[in-house]
Design a protein around this ligand. Structure first.
Ligand code: C2E
Ligand code: CA
Ligand code: CA
Ligand code: CA
Length: 278
């Protein structure tokens, strides 16, 4: 059974292999997962690098699969992107994350949420209206929502992306460029995008103290983003020493295992109240 499952795992999620029966299974499984609320959201805190105050949470999607157990996003996001299911999935995530944000607000916690958005949404001219509807439906202010967009999603079609991003910015949501430094993109493009924040990829930050080139890249990405007057988030911060170095370099916000792993909503609230108490 294990061997069969392993084989199914690769067959199902192999990008481009969309004719296999297994792939068709995952597509219908994923459709069902959205209808049956099998996708669960975990929340990873972000904190002010200087004060340590929690300033928001990134929303990370998992799939509680009835047969395969809890699947990480790498197991189904690529399939969702290839089949067009990423758009309903993104709406599902926005819907549940904004509902959670509203529930925390009612409990006295202000936790702005950051949601990951792929290329398809960025190239869909109706996406900004969908985001506006979601905010209205959940009674949330636009600045309670940050959308994280990868460099590669922007580069895929910069003109269309820039149009959608401009409308999102006019709406008042915050925009962040995710995985900054990994996209081989021209800084000239990024400079013209109406974003507020850059997230330095964890491949640079995690090892910055031990690997000289990671350290050099992190420092130059930080300088570059600050020169463009963008806020800088360092992701993948795993230990306090790295946090200290980043704070000394003027990094604005940190996120990573050093603060907390991504947590289910209930555990996140418990973590938050324990942290605020001490
Ligand atoms: P990402 O947006 O770059 O998310 C950060 C990933 O780094 C998350 O993995 C997170 O759990 C992990 N991480 C956080 N802190 C640390 C740390 O200190 N050390 C290390 N080694 N890792 C850390 P995860 O949850 O497996 O998500 C993987 C990717 O899946 C995300 O990368 C994002 O691109 C995508 N993803 C997740 N949820 C969604 C979603 O709702 N929609 C879309 N379109 N993509 C999603
Ligand atoms: Ca992200
Ligand atoms: Ca990232
Ligand atoms: Ca990443």
């Amino acid at each position: 059974y294990a061997a069969k499952r392993a084989r199914l795992g690769t067959a199902v999620f192999e990008p481009g292999d969309d004719h296999s029966a297994a792939q068709l299974t995952v597509i219908s499984d994923l459709r069902r997962a959205l209808d049956h609320e099998e996708l669960v959201l975990h929340y990873q805190p972000k904190a002010d690098a200087r004060t340590g105050a929690v300033c928001g949470a990134e929303v990370l999607c998992r799939w509680q699969h009835p047969r395969l157990g809890l699947l990480g996003p790498d197991r189904f996001i690529p399939a969702a992107e290839e089949t067009g299911l990423i758009e309903p999935l993104t709406q599902y995530v926005l819907d549940h994350a904004l509902a959670q944000c509203g529930a925390w607000h009612a409990d006295g916690w202000e936790v702005p949420v950051s949601v990951n958005v792929g290329a398809q949404c960025l190239h869909d001219p109706t996406f900004p209206d969908q985001v506006a509807d979601q905010l209205k439906r959940h009674g949330r202010q636009p600045d309670a929502l940050t959308l994280e967009i990868t460099e590669s999603a922007i580069i895929a079609d910069p003109l269309r992306a820039s149009d959608v991003l401009t409308r999102l910015r006019e709406l008042g949501v915050r925009l962040s460029i995710d995985d900054f430094g990994t996209g081989y993109s021209s800084i000239a493009y990024l400079r013209t995008m109406p974003v507020h924040e850059m997230k330095i990829d964890r491949s640079f930050t995690t090892n910055m103290r031990t690997d000289a080139s990671s350290g050099a890249i992190t420092r130059s990405l930080l300088g570059l983003a600050h020169n463009l007057e963008l806020e800088v988030v360092a992701e993948g911060v795993e230990d306090e020493e790295t946090w200290d170095v980043l704070a000394a370099l003027g990094c604005d916000i940190v996120q990573g295992y050093c603060l907390s792993r991504p947590l289910p909503a209930g555990e996140f609230a418990a973590w938050l109240s324990a942290r605020t108490m001490d």
